[in-house]
Design a protein around this ligand. Structure first.
Ligand code: FAD
Ligand code: FES
Length: 264
């Protein structure tokens, strides 16, 4: 991973190398791009055009999950028409990607210990971050929330993650029973909560609960706000987020915002 100029982006038609299910929740899509792979940071995303016809019209934003040399990997959940069509693509099919887009997560944390909290479609960018965490004094801790054991990522997908990964499942079939915030609260209650720096991405309700706990324990952090997006480049204002400095576009000024900037 190299330093990036966040204003540089590429519009590229790429060939799919792999597109397969990795568990009950996610598919993994792999393509090769020399230019896009060189300029990528955790928390950034590509805006992917699923079909070269006008249906579906809008591109779909997907975070970088892993980059190995020129190989770019995305991890996605099928939620609607766009991702269902994407899941049908085979090796050799072409898709158009615009990226890298967006403002990434912070790499250096001023001596604080990294605490990653993810759920649903928010897990992939945090996995990227967990693989690329620098040489920090204390290894990061990654808390993942999901519905049940079938959504737990296979070990091979976590093999390069630095630090500890803890799961919470809503039905209690794996790890802690309940929401990921149960794990978060337990961790913050131990030791000095202010030694942590939280980086989080997931459903809006999860982000609100994480930020509420962070405020309660006086912990700083950043959240990636996955608003619905259209253009992905700041032109349509379809993805605005309310911040203390007024409305900002999630696709250009975010998706990663400091807890201090976010309202609510
Ligand atoms: C910056 C960013 C990064 C993202 N990274 C990933 C990723 O790495 N992997 C991944 O699987 N998804 C990611 N998403 C979400 C992904 O873009 C949506 O799931 C996708 O666009 C849905 O398209 P669709 O046509 O399948 O569903 P649609 O028919 O458009 O929507 C179906 C349902 O999907 C859900 N949905 C749609 N958009 C979002 C969203 N932005 N966030 C949460 N739920 C949504 C809603 O419940 C909606 O009702 C990201 C979104 C953003 C904004
Ligand atoms: S998606 Fe168009 S401004 Fe953000």
């Amino acid at each position: 991973m190299t330093d990036v100029d966040e204003k540089v982006m590429y519009d590229e038609t790429v060939t799919i190398l792999e597109n397969q299910k990795v568990n009950a929740q996610y598919y993994k899509l792999v393509f090769s791009s020399k230019r896009i792979s060189r300029r990528v940071r955790a928390g950034q995303f590509v805006n992917l055009q699923v079909e070269d016809s006008s249906d579906p019209l809008l591109r779909r934003p997907l975070s970088y999950y892993r980059v190995r040399s020129e190989r770019v990997e995305l991890l996605y959940e099928v939620l609607g028409r766009g991702t269902a069509l994407l899941a049908q693509k085979k090796r050799g099919h072409k898709v158009n990607v615009l990226g890298p887009l967006g403002h990434p997560f912070s790499q250096t944390l001023n001596g604080k210990r990294r605490l990653l909290v993810g759920g649903g479609v928010g897990v992939p960018p945090l996995l990227f971050l967990a693989e690329h965490a620098g040489r920090e004094k204390h290894a990061p801790v990654f808390l993942i929330g999901c519905k049940s054991k079938g959504e737990v990522l296979p070990k091979r997908e976590l093999s390069n993650v630095k630090g500890e990964v803890l799961y919470a499942t809503e039905d209690g079939s794996y790890g802690q029973r309940g929401l990921v915030t149960v794990l978060l609260q337990k961790l913050l209650e131990k030791g000095d909560p202010k030694s942590w720096f939280i980086q989080t991405c997931g459903p809006h309700a999860m982000l609100a609960a994480v930020m509420k706990l962070a405020r309660q324990f006086g912990v700083e952090g950043e959240a990636s706000i996955d608003e619905r997006m259209a253009c992905g480049v700041g032109a349509c204002l379809g993805c605005v987020v309310e911040t203390r400095e007024g409305f900002k576009t999630s696709c250009v000024e975010g998706p990663v915002f400091s807890f201090r900037d976010l309202v609510g």
